[in-house]
Design a protein around this ligand. Structure first.
Ligand SMILES: Nc1ncnc2c1ncn2[C@@H]1O[C@H](COP(=O)(O)OP(=O)(O)O)[C@@H](O)[C@H]1O
Ligand SMILES: [Mg+2]
Length: 371
């Protein structure tokens, strides 16, 4: 069974660099987990400890039902794919894919069979006689993945495998990796700094920062219910808008007062937040939670945010408005492409108040509870 258990794992590098700080994470057999976070947050170190390429300072890692803390990498039954592919330059594609199998003394016929089968899955049969330098970036990446598949491991470990590809190819390869996982169902830990890649690929998304896991949930939950302001700002394109302000009571309603604007909360949320009236909060509004066309948002959820548009970025079906509220509060809205929305004009955005998040000021890790 290819489940992976990371229990209270810490990595302290010399010089007191706390790369991974008491991380616990269970990955079920067959699951695809995307580990995402900004550069330096400890993703690669976590993965390398699972692979056995980095010693663990404290904690336990198990693969299947076996604790592997002291098991050398070659005996862990994992296969890792790196950002730089790490192909052997002097070997053909065939030999690159066959290498690990030869080391394990597989019979020649068996190796041939495994390599051909893998090459067929990845559509690289025609490349088997070439050397890596005669391949494009995308082809090299396929070979690196092929080398991992041919070994038939219990667990795949990917460390930013698509980062060296151009944007278009990255999207194509992303879909291929997803398809491949649906076919092979091999337990996978996939590390990336790209939140979009994590959201599109992962059955589960684990968001890290400064060596700590901030959230571990389905992609939809991470997007819709971020546990804190860091996750809220990190996940989503364009990033969530944040406004400093405070909550206040107006009759039976609760209103968010952002200084130069106010947003009225719907009844159900007003009741839950009434006790917080008078408190300072940060409001988080996704660019996608706003519209110009009022039919897009249910009546009772609507609040009006007057903006001055600075820049309009057309995206085809949608467009991004880079705008200001009041004198100089920046706001970004992603709305349906409409004609007549022009820079330097004043318009009313409609905010879906059921989708506004509230966070504690002064503490990036706290969300305001409405339980
Ligand atoms: N061999 C090392 N020696 C000292 N510090 C390291 C070493 N490898 C990584 N680090 C540090 O550990 C932290 C996490 O690094 P890493 O796991 O590579 O982050 P990520 O993959 O998320 O970008 C960073 O602060 C990095 O500088
Ligand atoms: Mg890394």
């Amino acid at each position: 069974m290819g489940k992976v258990q990371i229990q209270n794992v810490t990595k302290l590098f010399p010089g007191k660099v706390m790369a991974v700080n008491d991380v616990s994470l269970d990955i079920e057999d067959g699951e695809f987990v995307a580990l995402v976070g900004p550069s330096g947050c400890g993703k690669s170190t976590t993965l390398r400890m699972v692979a056995g390429l980095e010693e663990i300072t404290s904690g336990t890692i198990s693969i299947g039902d076996r604790v592997v803390n002291d098991v050398p990498p070659k005996d862990r039954n994992i296969a890792m794919v790196f950002q730089n592919y790490a192909l052997y330059p002097h070997m053909t594609v065939y030999d690159n894919m066959a290498f690990a199998l030869k080391l394990r003394k597989y019979p020649k016929e068996k190796i041939r069979e495994k390599v051909s089968k893998t090459a067929a899955i990845l559509g690289i049969e025609a490349l088997l006689k070439r050397k890596p330098k005669a391949l494009s970036g995308g082809q090299r990446q396929r070979v690196a993945v092929g080398r991992a598949i041919a070994r038939d491991p219990e667990v795949f470990l990917f460390d930013e495998p698509l980062s060296n590809l151009d944007a278009k190819l990255r999207v194509v390869m992303r879909a291929e990796l997803k398809k491949l996982h649906q076919k092979l169902k091999t337990t996978t830990i996939y590390v990336t700094h790209d939140q979009e890649e994590a959201i599109t690929l992962g059955d589960r998304v684990v968001v890290m920062k400064d060596g700590i896991i901030h959230q571990n949930d389905s992609p939809l939950t991470v997007y819709q219910n971020p546990t804190n302001r860091f996750v809220a700002g990190f996940i989503g394109t364009p990033p969530m808008n944040f406004f400093d302000g405070h909550l206040k009571s107006e009759g039976r309603d609760v209103v968010f007062d952002g200084g130069c604007f106010t947003l009225r909360l719907p009844e159900s949320r007003s009741q839950k937040l009434a006790a917080r009236a008078g408190e300072k909060v940060i409001a988080g509004i996704r660019p996608q939670a706003m519209a110009i066309d009022s039919t897009r948002i249910p009546n009772e959820a609507q609040a009006v945010l007057p903006i001055q548009i600075d820049v309009v970025e057309p995206l085809g079906e949608r467009m991004d408005l880079y705008a200001r509220v009041g004198k100089d509060l920046p706001v970004v809205a992603r709305i349906d492409a409409l004609s007549g929305v022009a820079p330097n004009s004043d318009i009313d955005l409609i905010v879906d108040m059921t989708r506004v998040h509230f966070f504690e000021p002064n503490d990036e890790q706290k969300t305001i509870s409405e339980a």
